[in-house]
Each structure stands twice: as structure tokens, then as C-alpha cells.
Design a protein around this ligand. Structure first.
Ligand code: FAD
Ligand code: MLT
Ligand code: ZN
Length: 466
């Protein structure tokens, strides 16, 4: 019997629509962290909604399973094939179609790269307030499909909060066009919400209308050192009160900064000495000296209260970038040094210090594993990276995943936290979904899946499992 991808290739006919040379398709089968990898028999690369519709209609008719892919920076294994599925990449759907000045909304195709959108909006005095380290690679379709968070959630929310309208193609090729630009449109079910965060399991997002925000006149950015991680919760409380336009509050554990420094001696830490914990504080503000003085006074008060022991304020964009590097470098370091089991979790902010201690103790029980700890303090979002140390064989490291996950999710559950803060469920966390959602919620998810994708061709196994 002909393989599914061969049936699809024969149906598509036009070789301009797909890649099938293994040298071309292989990169679509490896995820960004280098942990998930699968064979890719065919990559379909539509340029329009009509082409996506034709491809999905054929896939449903011919029983061809499909993995939707955008920038392939996802961290839970949902963007690459697992069992020879065809990849449907939206990378050629990169058009920023329209900007509506009065509503400050922008209509884009799903393949637009975040950084390109940020640049487009900056030229119009606006900003896309979801920002993340993958900005140069992640694409709007993937960000909506994962409901991405990032470094400004505490002020602007996740991707979900930015989406005004959505166009989605269902598994059978039906185009559901809901490209609403209105803030108020209370006309029955808000259907787009079903697809935001659905990780490619219910439909392929082809276009979106996003709400832009006025670009801040200026930013104040600081790196502060804390004597101990125990001070993180009171610092969060104080920062909220003292920086009224706080847009980011991020932390990196002291041991993680030391680890990154050791792995990358070129990394410049723009703060003298060693600290128990580091935080990046960023506030949006008006241009001019007064805003700078108010920000410095806020930091001074944190020093006086003993919440921080030192701080440096960026005096230029280059210095701000150097500060942000301290926060963003650990992600690159762990992926460069070996494999990592990444656990993106939320716990109530007050228990973060205890939780970080538990994660360190846990790693100590797994020889060859190091806990690399950082995250979005303002959201209670801890990125627990259990990283492979040199000397531990890949197979042995991979075999530890279930034990690590059981222990970490058990601790998270005990603290009334969430097993996924912002990365989603993918294939990595599907076995743990019952820890986060009730049986009735999971049953309703299955009902929706069966209604929208009765043959189960869209991202099989993601979120709900086989
Ligand atoms: P992909 O990885 O291609 O896909 C992700 C999921 O969406 C997959 O399940 C895929 O099947 C599905 N999908 C993709 N496109 C579509 C579509 N058009 N229609 C339907 N489904 C689709 N995430 C955060 O939330 N916050 C962070 O701070 C953050 N920082 C990161 C930093 C780095 C350096 C990296 C590498 C990743 C980071 N991430 C972060 C992970 C994050 O999930 C992604 O970067 C982003 O949201 C995924 O976008 P993508 O275009 O790469 O999607
Ligand atoms: C981050 O906040 O840096 C990301 O979500 C990526 C990661 O978890 O490494
Ligand atoms: Zn994050």
C-alpha cells in the first residue's frame, strides 16, 4: 500500500508546494532544544489560506497525519513529527497584510516572525507587547497555537490577550474566517479562544488580527543582585508598588549565573561580585530625566530595605542588551552543552524560594544532572532545567525523564501550581494532563477534538495523547 505522504505528494502535483529531499526536510524534524527528533517524509509549504485549505482537505480524504509547524522553537515536542507525519510549515506565509491606525490592530499571516512584526510596528509608533527570547525565529501562528507568554506577561498578558481575530483552517479544509478587529463584539461564542493554545490539534491558524500597543517613549532597565533567593517574594511585592509601569521582572538563580559564566567566559555580567539571585527589572516610562530619577529612587529604596545588595541601571541600549543577556543566556547554554529536560511550571510566588531549594535537592539525587533555574518572577513562572552534565550518556539521561517529571510535577501539585506555565503540553507533558485538568475538562477536550478533526489527522498525540 502507498505510504500516506506519497498519496499526498501525488495529489498535490505541484513540486513548488513541497520539499521531499531528506537533506531539505531533516531540519523540520529536529526541535530547537535538540531533544525531539523524527523522520520527515514530506514538508508542505503553502503560501496562502487557499493552499492550506486544499492541503488539509486532501490530508483528511487520504488519511495523512499532519504536524503544523511555524518557527519550530516550541519546547514540548509538539512541532516535529513523531511517527512519519507530514509537516505543514507556514514559513512562506510571512506577509504583514494591513495596519489599521485607528484601532492600532495589525493583520498578519501566520508565518510572520515576531521580530519582523515588532520592527514593522515600531516604525508606526507601536509595539507588539508579547516578547520572548525566540523573537528572531518564532512565528505568530506558533505563538498563538501555544499561547506564548514571555517577558512582559505581568503587564500585557499572554498571546491570548493580544488576539482580536483569527482565521483557521479545519482538518477537512473548511476556512473559518474570523478576522475581527473590534474590541467589543459580544455575539455568541468567542470561537478563536478554542484555537488559541490548541497546539495544532484543532485547526491550522492561517491569519490573525493582533492588538498593538503604543510604543513606550523609553525604558529603564536594571540588573540587581539579591543576597538570597529568599528575598524574591518580598522583592516582587515591593517592585509592583514602587515601579508603577513595571513591564518585566525576571530572575536567574545565583548558581545558574555561575554555571553560565563557567560555560561561557565571554559572558559579561554587568554587576560586580556574586549574588544569591539576580533580577532584571524593566519599567516603561516617559522620556526625560525625571523618569530616570524616579526609577533610580525606586532601586535605592530596595537597597535601603535590604531587598537587593547591588544594582546597575543601563545607560544605553547596548547596556540594556547586556543586562538582558544575563537572563537569556542560560537557555542557550543548556542547549549547547547537552540535552535538557525542561520543566516550565508556575508556583505561587511566595513559595518560589522553597521550590527552588527543592529542585536543587532533587538534582543532587540524579548524578550527572544539574538544576539550571531561572524564570519570570512577576508571573511565578519557574523554568526548571534539568541539564545533562558532560560524562552522563544520552541514553542514561533520557531514561531519567520520567522520574524527574514525577518528582517535579508532584512538588508543583503540592504547592497548588501548574505543570505548564507558558510552553504548553505537547507530547512532553501529555501523561501529566490529569494533574492539571479535571476528567470532565479532558473529556470535553476530546469531544471538541472529535468534532473538529474526526479522523484525528491534526498533530496526533499532542496534548491528549494517543
Ligand atoms: P512551533 O514551535 O513551530 O510550534 C509550536 C506548536 O504550535 C506546535 O504544537 C505546532 O504544531 C503548533 N503550530 C505551529 N504553527 C501553527 C499554526 N499555524 N496553526 C496551528 N498550530 C500551529 N515560550 C514562551 O511562552 N515564553 C518564553 O519566554 C519563551 N522563550 C523562548 C526562548 C527561546 C530561546 C526559545 C527557543 C523558545 C522560547 N519559548 C518561549 C517557546 C515558545 O513556545 C515559542 O518560542 C513560540 O511560542 C513557538 O512559536 P513557533 O513559531 O516556534 O511554533
Ligand atoms: C525563557 O523564558 O527563557 C523561555 O521560556 C525559554 C526557556 O525556558 O528556556
Ligand atoms: Zn519563559
Amino acid at each position: 500500500m502507498t505510504a500516506p505522504h506519497e498519496r499526498l505528494r501525488a495529489r498535490l502535483g505541484d513540486p513548488a508546494l513541497y520539499l521531499d529531499d531528506p537533506a531539505d526536510t531533516a531540519p523540520y524534524g529536529r526541535d530547537w532544544i535538540g531533544k525531539y527528533e523524527g523522520a520527515v517524509p514530506l514538508v508542505v509549504r503553502p503560501r496562502s489560506t487557499a493552499e492550506v485549505s486544499a492541503v488539509l482537505a486532501a490530508c483528511t480524504e487520504l488519511d495523512v497525519p499532519v504536524v503544523p509547524q511555524a518557527g519550530n522553537t516550541g519546547m514540548v515536542g509538539g512541532s516535529v513529527p513523531r511517527a512519519g507525519e507530514v509537516v505543514l510549515s507556514v514559513e512562506r506565509m510571512g506577509v504583514i497584510e494591513a495596519f489599521d491606525e485607528a484601532s492600532a490592530t495589525v493583520r498578519v499571516q501566520a508565518g510572520v516572525v515576531l521580530e519582523a512584526l515588532q520592527g514593522f510596528l515600531a516604525e508606526r509608533g507601536c509595539d507588539m507587547p508579547v516578547d520572548l527570547g525566540a523573537r528572531g525565529s518564532c512565528r505568530i501562528g506558533g505563538m498563538i497555537a501555544t499561547n506564548a507568554g514571555g517577558i512582559k506577561v505581568l503587564r500585557y498578558g499572554h498571546m491570548r490577550e493580544q488576539v482580536r481575530g483569527l482565521e483557521v483552517v479545519l482538518a477537512d479544509g473548511t476556512v473559518v474566517e474570523g478576522l475581527n478587529i473590534l474590541r467589543k463584539n459580544n455575539t455568541g461564542l468567542d470561537l478563536k479562544q478554542v484555537f488559541i493554545g490548541s497546539e495544532g490539534t484543532l485547526g491550522v491558524i492561517t491569519r490573525a488580527v493582533l492588538q498593538a500597543q503604543p510604543a513606550p517613549q523609553a525604558f529603564q532597565t536594571a540588573l540587581a543582585g539579591l543576597a538570597s533567593r529568599a528575598l524574591l517574594p518580598p522583592l516582587l511585592q515591593a517592585a509592583r508598588a514602587r515601579f508603577p509601569r513595571l513591564s518585566s521582572l525576571e530572575f536567574v538563580d545565583g548558581a545558574t549565573v555561575a554555571y553560565v559564566r563557567e560555560a561561557d567566559p565571554e559572558l559579561r555580567i554587568p554587576l560586580a561580585g556574586e549574588h544569591g539571585s539576580y533580577v532584571v527589572i524593566e519599567e516603561e516610562c516617559a522620556a526625560g530625566e525625571a523618569a530616570g530619577e524616579a526609577f533610580a529612587a525606586g532601586l535605592e529604596s530596595l537597597l535601603e530595605d535590604g531587598l537587593i545588595e547591588d544594582a546597575v541601571i543601563a545607560g544605553s541600549e547596548a547596556q540594556a542588551r547586556a543586562i538582558w543577556r544575563v537572563r537569556e543566556a542560560p537557555t542557550e547554554t543548556v542547549s549547547r552543552r547537552g540535552l535538557t529536560h525542561k520543566f516550565d511550571v508556575t508556583v505561587p510566588p511566595g513559595v518560589i524560594p522553597a521550590f527552588l531549594g527543592e529542585m536543587e535537592t532533587l538534582a543532587d539525587g540524579f548524578p550527572g544532572v544539574r538544576a539550571v533555574l531561572f524564570g519570570h518572577l512577576g508571573d511565578g513562572n519557574v523554568h526548571v532545567n534539568m541539564a545533562q552534565e558532560p560524562g552522563l550518556a544520552d541514553a542514561d539521561f533520557r531514561a531519567m525523564e520520567a522520574d524527574l517529571a514525577d518528582a517535579i510535577y508532584g512538588a508543583v501539585h503540592g504547592h497548588q501550581g501548574s505543570i505548564s506555565a507558558e510552553h504548553g503540553i505537547g507530547v512532553m507533558k501529555r501523561a501529566y494532563l490529569p494533574l492539571a485538568r479535571s476528567p470532565e475538562e479532558i473529556a470535553l477536550m476530546r469531544t471538541l477534538k472529535a468534532a473538529l478533526d474526526p479522523k484525528g489527522i491534526l498533530n496526533p498525540g499532542v496534548i491528549l495523547g494517543p
